[in-house]
Write a protein that binds this ligand. Structure first.
Ligand SMILES: NC(=O)c1ccc[n+]([C@@H]2O[C@H](COP(=O)([O-])OP(=O)(O)OC[C@H]3O[C@@H](n4cnc5c(N)ncnc54)[C@H](O)[C@@H]3O)[C@@H](O)[C@H]2O)c1
Length: 464
């Protein structure tokens, strides 16, 4: 009897899969009615985009979970609508909606989950899913705290699961090229890096007036391990919204400000270019808040930029405000600057190529390719970085099948999250400190271990 691929993936010694399975078994196993089945947990604006992408992959979406009834029902409608027009991909009516993610995770027939809740839920749900044998695509930042980052790495290893973090800049040509040019010495020895994004998280404030909650939201479950705060329709907006909710992202209790929002992308690219994916900084120097920043009570009197993360090789990474480019590498021989759809390389005094907008003339691909051709030649192109095929979600599906580490695997995602949180902590605690990247703990008697976890502990049974 041929074991089903699903059971095989769950039970086998996964490292040995490609070597012991004859290819004809794989072929028999990939018939459409035994596709990998997938669930979505959190069906907000980001998940809708991901759903649209995953529906076109070699998976069948069988469950949509959201604590908001409107959104989970809308998600199921989208799945059914898609399968009506794509009978080869799935059957309308087979996708179920759930309010409680534990019921989804308990389903044995589900192979993989996409976690796109607010950040404070990422680690708990991802770990629970991996524990029950599911592979996980989890949005960035992978975790809400540093200790959670360690726990997610440990869980992926312990349960032998595939994890992809949604830091999809790693799947984009301009970012991979920037990192490859830097890694292969295109701008000489790296001296420093700038990462440009907005400020840290802010203190939580309840709304002054009571806000009546429209029925259909389990707000207790929305808050999860965070304190059960007063309902706020800005924090947890209702309906099928077409904007990215910023209030929870900027709130100490649920997110880590722009450090976790955009930092999770631009700091991640910095780590890639520096070759620090399995390491991290050794020292964080705090920024001194200006008088204006100090006076801003809504922002907690916190500095909004200027923290410096220093790596063991002496390279300093500075957090600066939003700018044209997200990550800028400075080397002894030039600079490489990159953002979504934007790229620039300078070598000495020479501008090698630049594209930031149509008015610059040329194209992004043209600018990137010109720099690649000049600086990634047969003799210099030694370090080739992970190149995804078909994008980040497709890479996840490929890795679920091959059991190989994904592009933004648990180590990459957790390490990037640690950078986000180190940066955010330095503003929130108005403190600099030494860091031990091997153990993910403060070093040399600096810092405070309570900063590595949720302040005041987790609520109820949602401890990570
Ligand atoms: N990769 C990217 O570029 C990118 C872009 C945007 C957002 N994101 C990330 O995606 C995630 C979601 O962001 P968003 O903007 O879609 O937020 P959102 O608030 O629109 O969506 C989150 C959804 O999760 C639901 N939810 C909350 N608790 C839940 C629980 N316990 N179980 C099930 N559902 C729950 C909410 O009701 C909401 O519908 C965040 O982590 C964010 O950082 C990534």
């Amino acid at each position: 009897m041929i074991a089903s691929r699903r059971n095989f993936l769950k039970g086998a010694s996964l490292a040995s899969v490609p070597f012991i399975l004859p290819s004809k078994i794989w072929a028999a196993e990939t018939k459409p009615n035994d596709k990998l089945s997938m669930a979505f947990i959190g069906m907000g604006i980001q998940a809708r985009g991901l759903l649209n992408n995953f529906l076109h992959q070699d998976v069948t979406v069988v469950a949509i979970c959201d604590v908001d009834k409107t959104r989970r029902e809308d998600g199921v409608k989208r799945v059914d609508g898609f399968y009506k027009g794509h009978a080869d991909k799935g059957t309308p009516g087979n996708c179920k909606s759930y309010s409680d993610f534990r019921e989804v995770i308990a389903r044995k027939d589900i192979d993989m989950v996409c976690v796109a809740t607010p950040d404070h839920w990422h680690a708990y749900i991802s770990i629970a899913a991996m524990k029950s044998g599911k592979d996980v695509y989890c949005e960035k930042p992978l975790t809400y705290t540093i200790n959670e980052a360690t726990a997610v790495m440990d869980a992926a290893k312990k349960y032998n699961r595939i994890l992809q973090t949604g830091a999809m800049q790693r799947s984009a040509f301009e970012f991979r090229s920037a990192a490859e040019i830097v890694r292969n010495g295109g701008i000489g020895k790296i001296t420093h890096v700038d990462c440009n994004f907005g400020g840290p998280s802010r203190p939580h404030f309840d709304p002054k007036e009571d806000i009546v909650m429209e029925p259909g939201l389990d707000f207790n479950m929305w808050c999860g391990g965070a304190p059960l705060v007063k309902y706020n329709d800005k924090l947890a907006p209702r309906g099928v919204h077409t904007f990215y909710p910023m209030v929870w992202r900027m709130d100490d209790l649920f997110g880590s400000g722009y450090c976790g929002d955009w930092g999770a992308h631009h700091l991640d690219i910095a780590q890639w270019g520096l070759g620090m994916d399995d390491s991290g900084p050794v020292k964080v120097t705090k920024a001194v808040p200006s008088a204006k920043e100090k006076a801003n009570a809504a922002y907690g009197g916190r500095a909004q930029s200027g923290a410096v993360l220093e790596f063991g090789n002496g390279v300093k990474l500075t957090h600066k405000p939003f700018s044209t480019f997200g990550t800028v590498f400075y080397g002894t021989e030039g600079t490489v600057s990159v953002n979504r759809g934007k790229f620039e390389m300078k070598h000495g005094d020479e501008l090698i190529s630049r594209f930031t907008k149509k008015e610059d003339g040329g194209s992004l691909a043209g600018a990137v390719t010109k720099a690649r051709k000049a600086f990634l030649t047969d003799s210099t192109y030694k370090t080739k970085l992970y190149k995804t095929k078909g994008g980040h979600p497709a890479d996840f599906v490929t890795c679920v099948k091959s059991r190989k580490k994904a592009c933004s695997n648990e180590v990459v995602g957790a390490r990037a999250a640690v950078l986000c949180h180190l940066c955010n902590i330095s503003y929130v605690r108005d403190s600099g400190f030494d860091w031990n990247p091997a153990k993910n703990i403060f070093a040399n008697g600096t810092g405070n271990k309570n900063w590595l976890t949720r302040e005041g502990g987790y609520r109820g049974k949602w401890s990570v």
